[in-house]
Design a protein around this ligand. Structure first.
Ligand SMILES: *Cc1c(COP(=O)(O)O)cnc(C)c1O
Length: 383
C-alpha cells in the first residue's frame, strides 16, 4: 500500500520549507505530519548501528523538527535541546578553561549570567563589547576562543555588521556562534553570513505560542554537530517529544507569524516615533535607527521586537506597562500575543540598559487594536 514519495524539486521558498520540511514518507493511510512518539526506550535491533536505543540519545520526534529548522537556516545539522540556554551552554562546551569569549554587552542576560558562572568556575575571560562597533569587536577577537554574537541584541536592538565581524573571526581562527532568536531564519541566515554555528531559543518565534521551552543548535560542520550531539547526550539537557512536536507544529506557520508581527512592529515603531509621550524608539525598520542600514543589508525582515522609552523615565515606563489592557505584561517574546515589560525590573539585567526601556514583543493581532491600547496607555500618564 505504500508508494514512493512524489519526487519534489529541491525545496524553494522558506514558506514552503516551513510547511513541508521534516514530513514523514508519503504512505497511504499514514500521517501527514510526524506523530509524537512517547517512548524512553526502543526495541533493540539484531545488529547494533544507528538505530534508536534510548530517548536521551535521540527520538523519532526530534528528527523532523531538527531537519526542518536546519533546512530553514541553510544548515546540514539541527540539534534540539531542552531550552535555549541548554543549546547555548553546549556551544560553549569546547571553550578551554581560562579561555576568552567575546560577547555583546547587551546579550541575553542569562547568556551573560552563564558566562559569569564559567568565569567563577573555570576562569573564563569574558570580553563584553558593543557588538555594533566593528572595530571594538575585531580588537577583542585577538586571542579569543569564541565569538558568541547576537544581532539584533536583546533587549537593546543593536545591529552588528555580521559579515564583517564573522569574517574577522574566521581570519583569526576564532569559532563563531550567532544567537538568531530575534531574527528567526526567515529574517536572517547567519550561516550564509559566515557563522559556524547558529543557536535558537525555540521557545520564542520558532515555536511561537508561548507554550514550550526549547532550544536548538544548527551547523554545517559534521564534527561540530557530532560534538554538540555528544554534549547533549552526556549533559542530558534534552527536549521532551511533546514539546518538539508542538514546536514543529508552530514552525509550520512561522512565515505567516513573522510576516504579520514584523509588519505590525514596523507600523507601531513608526507611530511611536511620532508620539509626544515617547522619548526614544528602537526598531531596525526605522530609517532613523542606528542599525537600519546594516539591517537592510543583512536581514530580510526587521523582526518584531521594539524598544520604547517613554517621556518621564522609570515611573512613566511602569505606568505604561500597568495601563495596557490588550498587551500582556509578561517576560519572554515571540508568541502570537503582544507582550511588554520593563527590562530593568530584573536586577540581573545589564546596568547599561536604560531603566525606563520597555521591550515590546509585537504579536499578530490587529495593528489598530494594538495601537489604540498603546496610545491610551501612553496617554494615561497625562502626556
Ligand atoms: C530567551 C532567549 C534565550 C534563552 O532561551 P530559553 O529558551 O529561555 O532558555 C537565549 N537568547 C535569546 C536572544 C533569548 O531571547
Amino acid at each position: 500500500m505504500t508508494h514512493e514519495p512524489t519526487e519534489i524539486a529541491p525545496l524553494r521558498s522558506p514558506a514552503t520549507v516551513a510547511v513541508t520540511a521534516g514530513r514523514p514518507p508519503r504512505v497511504q493511510g499514514g500521517p501527514v505530519n510526524p506523530p509524537v512518539v512517547l517512548s524512553s526506550t526502543y526495541v533493540s535491533a539484531g545488529v547494533p548501528g544507528g538505530e534508536l536505543l534510548y530517548a536521551r540519545g535521540g527520538t523519532e520526534t526530534w528528527e523532523p523538527f531538527e531537519e526542518a529548522l536546519a533546512t530553514l537556516e541553510g544548515g546540514a545539522h539541527g540539534v534540539v535541546f531542552g531550552s535555549g540556554m541548554a543549546a547555548i551552554a553546549a556551544t560553549l562546551g569546547d571553550v578551554p578553561d581560562g579561555g576568552a569569549v567575546v560577547v555583546p554587552r547587551h546579550a541575553y542576560q542569562v547568556t551573560l549570567g552563564y558566562l559569569d558562572d564559567l568565569t567563577r568556575r573555570h576562569g573564563l575571560e569574558v570580553r563584553r563589547v558593543d557588538i555594533a562597533d566593528t572595530d571594538q569587536v575585531v580588537t577583542a577577537l585577538d586571542g579569543a576562543d569564541l565569538l558568541m554574537a547576537e544581532s539584533p541584541t536583546n533587549p537593546m536592538l543593536e545591529v552588528a555588521d555580521l559579515p564583517a565581524i564573522l569574517a574577522a573571526a574566521r581570519e583569526r581562527g576564532v569559532p563563531t556562534v550567532v544567537d538568531n532568536t530575534f531574527a528567526t531564519p526567515l529574517g536572517q541566515r547567519p550561516l550564509e553570513l559566515g557563522a559556524d554555528v547558529v543557536v535558537h531559543s525555540v521557545t520564542k518565534y520558532l515555536a511561537g505560542h508561548s507554550d514550550v521551552v526549547l532550544g536548538a543548535v544548527v551547523t554545517n560542520d559534521d564534527e561540530t554537530a557530532a560534538r554538540i550531539r555528544a554534549y547533549r547526550t552526556l549533559h542530558g539537557a534534552i527536549a521532551g517529544p511533546m514539546e518538539v512536536f508542538l514546536a514543529l507544529r508552530g514552525l509550520r506557520t512561522l512565515h505567516l507569524r513573522v510576516e504579520r508581527a514584523a509588519a505590525n512592529a514596523a507600523e507601531l515603531a513608526s507611530r511611536l516615533a511620532g508620539h509626544a509621550a515617547v522619548a526614544e524608539v528602537r526598531h531596525p525598520s526605522l530609517p532613523s535607527d542606528p542599525g537600519h542600514e546594516r539591517a537592510a543589508q543583512q536581514m530580510s525582515s526587521f523582526g518584531a521586537v521594539v524598544g520604547l522609552r517613554p517621556v518621564g523615565g522609570l515611573e512613566a515606563a511602569d505606568s505604561v506597562v500597568d495601563a495596557v489592557r490588550l498587551w500582556v505584561p509578561a517576560t519572554s517574546l515571540g508568541g502570537v500575543e503582544s507582550t511588554l515589560e520593563r527590562r530593568r525590573r530584573f536586577t540581573t539585567e545589564s546596568t547599561t540598559v536604560p531603566e525606563d526601556l520597555i521591550r515590546l514583543s509585537v504579536g499578530i493581532e490587529d495593528v489598530e487594536d494594538l495601537w489604540a491600547d498603546l496610545a491610551q496607555a501612553l496617554g494615561s500618564r497625562g502626556a
